[in-house]
Design a protein around this ligand. Structure first.
Ligand code: BTN
Length: 329
């Protein structure tokens, strides 16, 4: 029995005695006691009152595969696996890849112990606050033909946020999503396969939904859906279903037409367009101006006389007039 089953019983914010929960879950009170310790170790505040039992202070909206499927349109039949804790949803799916086509396999977690960000960074993944989601998709094309895909996924996140009535949303090449000038979501693509195809892509999305304020050790300004929408609380199950619907549509569209047709949409939301930026890559740092993206999703960067085409990978972009340091993609 996992602590999450106990947490599910407590998620209504009411008192539940150890005996009652043990009876419901078919376990002893000692097992419940250990689960309560695990819950407290997550940083969750718990009231324990003799004779009444346990109660968590803030009612929880936990993820549920059943609820997510209930929000999904009937034509999306993803195989969704939910974990209460995992090192990384991307890593988990990468270990599952093999000869079989796992397109449509989704992994979500309430918490990641080693959430991965781009460029070897860590992705903060506190328990039951945000969305940490990865999806497998198989493409028959060569890896090189997929360069615009991360930008396309960022646009799917933009559409999700708009459906949730958030405003002032922007994208930052290659795949960050911002709301009111602060980062709200990131995408990490990891590829396994032959250079010439087919290849399996694990698309990892981290979306801040109700990120607790105490998560402050993030080295750039960040926001979450809740604080961007006047403290409105979002049902993560519903947000995830909207996100998967847009991602599904985007991937099918990309498979048919590539990134070229999404280019004008990208331009509409591009926060770097015509901006003076500093690019850092393995070759060094360069200053210049962003001239949009090309049909493959490469960044067009005017550096003196030269117009360079940069691909995502290990390049970082810093907007020059931004006051804060280390704003990297
Ligand atoms: C970034 O650096 O902006 C990309 C962050 C991607 C985070 C997501 S959370 C779900 C998936 N699993 C991971 O370990 N990382 C991605």
């Amino acid at each position: 029995m996992e602590f999450i089953h106990v947490l599910n019983l407590l998620s209504d914010g009411e008192f539940h005695s150890g005996e009652e929960m043990g009876r419901t879950l078919g376990v002893t009170r000692t097992v419940i006691w250990h689960a309560m310790r695990a819950i407290q170790e997550l940083g969750m505040e718990v009231y324990a009152i003799n004779g009444r039992g346990y109660r968590i202070i803030n009612p929880l909206n936990l993820l549920s595969v059943e609820k997510i499927v209930g929000f999904l349109p009937a034509d999306i039949n993803y195989d969704i696996e939910l974990f209460s804790q995992l090192d990384s949803t991307n890593h988990y799916l990468l270990t599952q890849l093999g000869a079989h086509d796992l397109t449509g396999k989704v992994c979500i977690a309430e918490q990641q112990r080693a959430g991965r960000g781009r460029r070897g960074r860590r992705w903060h993944s506190p328990f039951a606050s945000n969305l940490y989601c990865s999806l497998v998709w198989r493409f028959d094309t060569a890896i090189s033909a997929l360069s615009g895909i991360s930008l396309a996924i960022a646009l799917a996140i933009v559409k999700t946020l708009e459906d949730c009535h958030l405003s002032d949303i922007a994208v930052k090449w290659p795949n960050d999503v911002y709301c009111h000038g602060k980062k709200i979501a990131g995408v990490l693509l990891e590829v396994k396969g032959d250079m010439t195809g087919p290849c399996d892509i694990v698309i990892g999305i981290g979306l801040n939904v109700n990120q607790p304020l105490q998560v402050v050790k993030i080295d750039q300004p960040w926001t979450c859906m809740q604080s961007s929408a006047a403290n409105k609380e979002f049902d993560r199950n519903q947000v995830l279903a909207i996100l998967l619907t847009h991602v599904d549509k985007t991937l099918k569209f990309f498979q048919q037409s590539g990134f070229e047709v999404l280019r004008s949409l990208w331009q509409q939301y591009d926060m770097l367009h015509e901006q003076e930026v500093e690019i850092t890559s393995a070759q060094g740092s360069f200053c210049g101006q962003v001239k949009g993206v090309n049909a493959q999703g490469h960044l067009l960067f005017q550096c003196g006389e030269k117009l360079l085409h940069l691909s995502g990978g290990e390049v970082s972009v810093k907007k020059k007039q931004m006051e804060w340091l280390e704003e990297k993609v």
